[in-house]
Ligand binder design. Structure first.
Ligand SMILES: C[S@@+](CC[C@H](N)C(=O)[O-])C[C@H]1O[C@@H](n2cnc3c(N)ncnc32)[C@H](O)[C@@H]1O
Length: 376
């Protein structure tokens, strides 16, 4: 199969790809951006190494499949062959790239600031559509930036690549029409809002601590704020400065019981996910389905944790909490508050970013979900 046929076959699978981005997918072949050795990370199975020298056909098959390909682990400290560790750079799955670029929806001639150059593929897609001179992409890692420059050269493209912390944006080129963020963001850096034109848009993968990530499109209002809505689900590696690790706590656990099934809190809907993340922005959650129908939920904040264990034989659910906050009680109250609003879906929520920070709202920007004092 020729490269053109491979691109056409992949593009046919991507429902979000409009004709203009489809042309860009042809003009900027993805395989030019994949290192000879990389780690394939499919959603539905174990990861594996692709090696162009050992198996060139398989390497190409993966390059033109709808999967993320990891190109760096532990900031380069771990060899890709191991496949284990924190994934710190990748080319995202083409379906995710198509969804984010379609949401970005630039006009011809728009100036775009991209955060997270990675392999350079998305910077190349933007440059092919808008012109090299209209695209600036920032990467924090020098080694990645160097290989991205080489990849782009092979594709005949040369957008402006900048080494630096993308959280600061790039004042020199502002104002931008679009900011395209390709690393996960917990709190939106205000510099991006300051650096877009009124009516301009920032598209970013919002990765709250609680549950999954969502694409967000924020539009600059012109008064120093940006407002937007949530779109499809995503999972991105985080902006370096927003990485998080579990606190080490030594307090003794307090025991209690609850009658709310924690599986309902976790599985309710994307609306519940956004509402809880909006009400409890500092709370991180992880759950596990265990043998025999048992279920375990762990919660953390910077200074507290909670362990919630459901077993089918007991009417009550066992809770262990420590630290100054009762995280399960806070989560229970937030979840039931969402239920009391009529369990609204994700499309009724939105986000506003101001110089003071960000908040999530229901139905209209004045209905913030800021946590009332009694829940603390
Ligand atoms: C998912 S990858 C980007 C994929 C890329 N757009 C592509 O097409 O290959 C995320 C990238 O964001 C970079 N990154 C993380 N934090 C950053 C920061 N503060 N500023 C700039 N880049 C950052 C990582 O080094 C990584 O290369």
């Amino acid at each position: 199969m020729s490269i053109g046929e491979r691109i056409a076959a992949l593009s046919d699978q991507l429902t979000d790809l409009d004709d203009e981005w489809r042309d860009a997918f042809h003009a900027v072949p993805r395989h030019l951006f994949i290192p000879d050795k990389a780690w394939c990370h499919p959603d539905d199975g174990p990861g594996f190494l692709i090696d162009r020298t050992a198996d060139p056909e398989k390497w190409l098959d993966v390059a033109y499949s709808n999967t993320a390909i990891v190109t760096q682990i532990d900031d380069g400290a771990t060899e890709l062959e191991h496949g284990q560790g924190d994934y710190t750079s990748s080319t995202s799955a083409p379906g995710v790239v198509a969804a984010e670029l379609t949401l970005l929806d630039p006009y011809d001639g728009d100036e775009v600031l991209e955060i997270g150059t990675g392999t350079g593929w998305t910077a190349g897609l933007l440059a092919s559509r808008l012109g090299d001179e209209n695209v600036t992409s920032i990467e924090i890692d020098q080694a990645l930036l160097t290989t991205a420059t080489e990849h782009l050269k092979k594709a005949g493209l040369s957008p402006r690549l900048v080494l630096g912390d993308g959280a600061k944006g790039r004042r020199e080129g502002a104002p931008y029409d679009r900011v395209h963020v390709t690393c996960g963001v917990r709190e939106v850096p205000y510099a991006w809002v300051e650096q877009i034109r009124p009516g301009g848009a920032i598209v970013l993968p919002w990765m709250p601590r609680w549950a999954g990530g969502h694409l967000v499109k924020l539009i600059a209002v012109g008064d120093g704020t940006a407002v937007g809505r949530f779109h499809g689900g995503v999972d991105f590696m985080l902006l370096r400065s927003q990485r998080w690790s579990h606190p080490r706590l030594e307090d003794v656990y307090r025991k209690s019981t609850t009658y709310l099934d924690p599986r309902r809190v976790v599985r309710s809907s994307y609306g519940a996910e956004v509402a809880i993340a909006g009400m409890l922005p500092e709370v991180y959650g992880m759950h596990e389905n265990q043998e025999g129908g048992e279920f375990h939920l762990s919660l953390w904040s910077a200074d507290s944790d909670a362990q919630v264990h459901y077993a089918p034989d007991y009417k009550g659910v066992a809770i262990l909490q420590r630290g100054p906050r009762d995280l399960w009680n806070e989560l229970e109250a937030a979840y039931l508050r969402w239920v009391s609003w009529g369990s609204p879906h994700k499309d009724r929520f939105g986000m506003t970013v101001t110089s003071e920070g960000q908040h999530i709202w229901l139905d209209s920007p004045d209905h913030s979900l800021a946590v009332p004092v009694e829940l603390r």
